[in-house]
Each structure stands twice: as structure tokens, then as C-alpha cells.
Design a protein around this ligand. Structure first.
Ligand SMILES: Cc1ncc(COP(=O)(O)O)c(C=O)c1O
Length: 385
């Protein structure tokens, strides 16, 4: 991006209803308070509803061995002295859970996606990424030396064409996709991606940020749900969404993980996450398989919400707990979000250029601790607006 004049660029954003600000919220479970108004939060990624679970937090602090670690800071990057027994234990657990050889923690999903692609590819490789992948993946594409192309969203025909045309010209080709797409809530055709990967002898990178915790018998994500973990070369996850923590991770084979350890700049050159964070991630991961009730509730609420939207003929996207309701134009989408807010519903507008012009939307995300009444109330408010 190039700004001839910063103030002018910011005024332009304001004029286009695209100016961003971080508002201050007081969050308590799925209730959220702003300026003394109590709202239901439909903009959180706390899909399992764990972030405000007091009992879990009490259990965590009761079992934590506070004498064991420098809890609050790793005090250096991982390759220096920032690797503590908590990091190693969590990495072993992640690798075991997925049945992969190795796992590596990153400071966030963003660090993972920006750091990994440049560390495992070079100019002899090609990356084919879905058109709708997250900004962190796009930054990862831009930071590396591999050539990259984008295929139309979830469009297997286009991907297949690109593979047929380009596969032979490169040493390796990585297909990159999300499992549940963050802004659209729809799901990648994973079995077909695997079939194409096998047909063209290339590799598959799957970002499960929005599926981990929510899909699969043990909450490992879409690849687990479809019994395809073995077929995916790299699975990326985050602790910052359904797992109510902080940090990201990758699981894959030894060569891939060792390449990240040696070449991934976002891993090498940043202070590791504090042990207290990693211990919490470990505590949650050890219980991940047991959150079936939350997974069932999330899926039930998603069904209820989408059926309600269908009944009132609203245009929406998504096959998951992320349900974007379309409303063309930044101005409209901002007005709808404000109007919902006056009725007690917090649902953020997703404006262009984050999404294409004309496909602006309100992104509703459901969380497992919501009640059916709160979802019905939200539907009533949408209809009233
Ligand atoms: C698909 C996807 N990957 C990665 C990330 C980044 O994860 P984190 O929030 O842990 O940095 C996000 C965040 O929204 C995401 O949607």
C-alpha cells in the first residue's frame, strides 16, 4: 500500500464507511457491555463458549503448579531459552492427537501463516491458494519466494485446470485452503482437494482455525471429521478462537517442522508465548475430546439460526456456526449493525475491501453457551431491522 498523504487516506476511509476503530468492551461469556448497554455478542470466535467459563478457570489455577515455571514470560525466543517444558509437552500432545510426527507452536495463527509458507517453499515451488483465504495466508504468500496463484473460491474445476497447466513446471505445488472459511462460514471440499493433491502428487496445507474445537469426534477439525488427517500434509490451528487461549500451531512431518524451526522468521525472531498461556492451552487441549455437549449445542444453534433466516427470506452464507447475512454496500451494512446494536445485538459489519464490494455482510458467529432464546431474539431483531 502507498499513501501519498496519510490524513487524506484516513478521510477517504471515513467517507467510504470503512474507517476502523477498536472499541472497548466489557465481556462476560456471551454477554457484552458497552457504554452501560448490555448486548448479546454475535461477533466472538469463542465458539465453544469456554472463554468466560469460571469453573474451568478455577480448575486450571487449582491444578497449576505455580512453583514450576517463570509463568508470566518466556523471556526469549524459542531457539534461545524461550522453550520451556510446557511448550515441549504441548507440542508432543498436539503431534500425538493428530498422529503426525511433529508439531510446532507459534505465537498466534497469524504468526504461523505468515511464517510457514516462506519457510517451506522457494522459487522452485508454486502455491495455489483459495481466493478467500485469510489475510495471514495472503501475507505468507507475499513474504515468500515461491510463485503463487489463486483459484476461485472452492472451485475444484479451476484448481484442477491450474494443476494440469502448471504442476510439471515446479518442484512441488502446495494447495492452500481453510477448512471453515472465516468470512463466509462455508466449508472446503476437503475430500476433493485430497483427491487432486494425490492425482497431481503435490502437498496440501489446511488452516483449521475456525473448525478446531467445533468439528470432529475429538474436536480436531474438518480433517478429523472426514477421516482425512493422514492425507493433509500440514494442519494449522489457533488457540485463540474455540480454545479460548492464545497461540497457533502446525502439525506435519519432521522435515516440514524442522524447516519452520530453521527458516520461519515469525518463529525465530519473536519472544515465545509465556508458560502460563501454554499451560492453559495444554489444559484445554487435554479436555478437547470431552466438549461434545458444546459441539452439539453449537451445531443445533447454527441450524436454528439458519432455518430462521431462511423462513424470513434473508440472504445468507455459510454451512457452519459462522453465518454471514449479506447486505450490499458499506453504508447499509454499518447502518444495519448499528440498528441491531440498539436492540441489544452486537454483530459487526464486514465491509469492503475486507470482502469484495457488493458482498458486504454482517458476520454472525454463534457460540455454544448461547441459549435458543437468545438466537430467536436475534432473528426477531434482524427481521425488525
Ligand atoms: C483462517 C484464519 N487463520 C488464522 C487466523 C489468525 O489466528 P490468530 O487469531 O491466532 O492470529 C485467523 C484469524 O481470524 C483466521 O481466520
Amino acid at each position: 500500500m502507498k499513501f501519498a498523504n496519510l490524513s487524506k487516506a484516513l478521510s477517504e476511509l471515513k467517507k467510504n464507511n470503512a474507517f476502523r476503530q477498536a472499541r472497548t468492551f466489557d465481556v462476560n461469556g456471551y454477554a457484552i457491555k458497552i457504554n452501560d448497554s448490555q448486548l448479546i455478542n454475535f461477533s466472538s470466535n469463542d465458539y465453544l463458549g469456554l472463554a468466560g467459563n469460571r469453573d474451568l478457570q478455577t480448575q486450571f489455577f487449582e491444578q497449576a503448579d505455580m512453583a514450576k515455571n517463570n509463568w508470566m514470560s518466556a523471556s526469549s525466543s524459542r531457539p534461545l531459552t524461550g522453550t520451556n517444558s510446557s511448550h515441549t509437552q504441548l507440542e508432543s500432545l498436539l503431534a500425538n492427537s493428530y498422529g503426525k510426527t511433529k508439531a510446532l507452536l507459534f505465537n498466534s495463527g497469524y504468526h504461523a501463516n505468515t511464517g510457514i509458507l516462506p519457510s517451506i517453499t522457494d522459487e522452485q515451488d508454486l502455491i495455489l491458494a483459495d481466493k478467500f483465504v485469510h489475510a495471514s495466508l495472503i501475507d505468507g504468500l507475499r513474504l515468500g519466494n515461491a510463485k503463487f496463484k489463486r483459484f476461485a473460491h472452492n472451485n475444484l474445476e479451476h484448481l484442477s485446470q491450474l494443476l494440469s497447466t502448471y504442476r510439471d513446471q515446479y518442484r512441488n505445488v502446495w494447495i492452500v485452503s481453510e477448512s471453515i472459511f472465516s468470512m463466509d462460514g462455508d466449508i472446503a471440499p476437503l475430500a476433493d482437494l485430497v483427491a487432486l493433491k494425490n492425482k497431481h502428487q503435490c502437498s496440501l496445507y489446511l488452516d483449521e482455525a475456525h473448525a478446531i474445537g467445533c468439528l470432529g469426534k475429538n474436536g480436531l477439525g474438518l480433517a478429523e471429521q472426514l477421516n482425512l488427517i493422514e492425507e493433509v500434509d500440514l494442519i494449522i490451528g489457533t488457540f485463540g478462537k474455540a480454545l479460548a487461549g492464545c497461540g497457533g500451531f502446525a502439525v506435519g512431518n519432521q522435515t516440514l517442522i524442522e524447516s519452520m524451526i530453521n527458516f520461519s522468521r515469525s518463529w525465530l525472531f519473536s519472544t515465545a508465548l509465556p508458560p502460563i498461556n501454554i499451560e492453559w492451552n495444554l489444559f484445554i487441549w487435554q479436555q478437547l475430546a470431552s466438549f461434545n455437549h458444546e459441539r452439539e449445542n453449537l451445531s443445533k444453534l447454527g441450524y436454528l439460526f439458519k432455518s430462521g433466516l431462511e423462513k424470513s427470506n434473508k440472504e445468507f452464507l455459510g454451512d457452519s456456526h459462522i453465518v454471514p447475512v449479506l447486505e450490499s454496500g458499506n453504508e447499509h451494512v454499518v447502518a444495519l449493525s448499528s440498528s441491531l446494536e440498539t436492540k441489544g445485538i452486537l454483530a459487526m459489519p464486514i465491509r469492503s475491501p475486507t470482502v469484495p464490494k457488493g458482498a458486504e455482510r454482517i458476520r454472525f458467529s454463534l457460540t455454544a453457551n448461547m441459549t435458543e432464546e437468545s438466537v430467536s431474539h436475534c432473528l426477531d431483531c434482524i427481521n425488525d431491522c
